[in-house]
Design a protein around this ligand. Structure first.
Ligand SMILES: O=C(O)CCC(=O)c1ccccc1C(=O)O
Ligand SMILES: [Mg+2]
Length: 315
């Protein structure tokens, strides 16, 4: 078991370093990396996913490549073309409604993305930051660039449903936080709040739980990462490979946000697709990602506290 601490090359959602624990079970390596500010109960779902992956491995793949979206964090418009080209992807996901920014910043960033990718798909993610009124205004403005969908424009499933009625099919809506952080993820379906759902393996308790949820939701699924090492990314990739249908590119290009990885062959896309294959952990690279003693203490305390409260045994 090791506690890792890896700097991000570009800040993402205010995060500048990614930390967590990598451990090995009978079926292989697994990652546990709930964001630091998440409480123990939420972190327990992430742990269920990691323990299941270490013990049981991944579901059987139905495809050998998974198309992914390039990620455009809250960077300036002048930097967008380089990030888009580096990703090599035919779909881009642009962060909008970032703290301290306004609609002008979003328009400039999405315009730059559209200029960089004239024939591809562009989706935006607001991480729930808009009220329904602000969302409607922003989406009507951003729609000029052609949007595949808007991910989590407002915070609650009720607001998503209201906005979706108001937009009346102009732009599709994807639910992310309303699935992975909700008491009842099926509310999105019951309210007709989204056209697409984003599933993340760790927050939702593992691949088996995600496959079951996908079936019950009955909506197209996009699998997305939680900004993980290649070990965590492999779990997302394997879920994406096992879904009966995968009509959209997945949010699994985040390997390029990390300054280091624990394998010599990180799970990165080539020509917009990631090959479905194991991420072989390299002992030297793993050691180079190891956290300092204080960070290690914090994570091991968290792990043992969360496991004990949830009555879980570690592999
Ligand atoms: O979806 C992607 O392309 C990358 C993953 C991503 O955006 C993300 C990563 C960690 C936490 C939240 C999110 C998010 O979708 O908001
Ligand atoms: Mg999102």
């Amino acid at each position: 078991m090791i506690v890792f601490d890896i700097p991000l090359l570009v800040p993402f959602r205010g995060v500048t370093r990614r930390q967590g624990i990598l451990f090995e079970g009978e079926a292989g390596w697994a990652e546990w990396s709930p964001f630091r500010e998440y409480g123990d109960e939420e972190a327990a779902s992430w742990l269920r996913a990691s323990v299941a992956a270490a013990r049981e491995g991944h579901p059987e793949p139905l495809r050998d490549h998974v198309a992914v979206n390039g990620i455009i964090p809250a960077i300036g418009p002048a930097e967008v073309a380089r990030r888009a080209a580096e990703s090599g992807c035919r779909t881009l996901k642009v962060k909008v409604a970032a703290p301290g920014e306004g609609l002008d910043d979003d328009v400039a960033r999405v315009a730059a993305a559209r200029a960089a990718l004239p024939g591809g798909a562009i989706r935006v993610d607001a991480n729930g930051a808009w009220t329904p009124d602000r969302a409607e205004e922003a989406i009507r403005e951003l729609a000029q660039f052609g949007l595949e969908y808007v991910e989590q424009p407002c915070a609650s499933a009720e607001e998503l449903a209201e906005l979706r009625r108001r937009l009346d099919g102009m732009v599709a809506i994807a639910a992310d936080e309303s699935i992975r952080r909700a008491a009842d993820p099926l509310r999105v379906r019951d309210l007709g709040a989204a056209d697409v759902v984003v599933l993340k393996v760790q927050p939702l308790g593992g691949a088996a739980a995600c496959l079951d949820l996908a079936e019950r939701l009955g909506l197209p699924v996009v699998v997305s990462s939680a900004v993980e090492t290649s070990v965590g990314l492999e779990a997302g990739l394997r879920l994406a490979a096992a879904l009966p249908e995968l009509p959209f590119a997945c949010g699994l290009e985040t390997g390029r946000l990390l300054a280091r990885d624990v394998t010599a062959h990180p799970l990165l896309p080539a020509a917009g697709q990631i090959e479905v294959r194991p991420a072989h952990v390299d002992a030297d690279l793993l050691a180079a990602c190891r956290a300092d003693a204080r960070t290690e203490r914090w994570w091991l305390d968290r792990l043992h506290r969360v496991a004990a409260a949830a009555g879980m045994e570690l592999p």
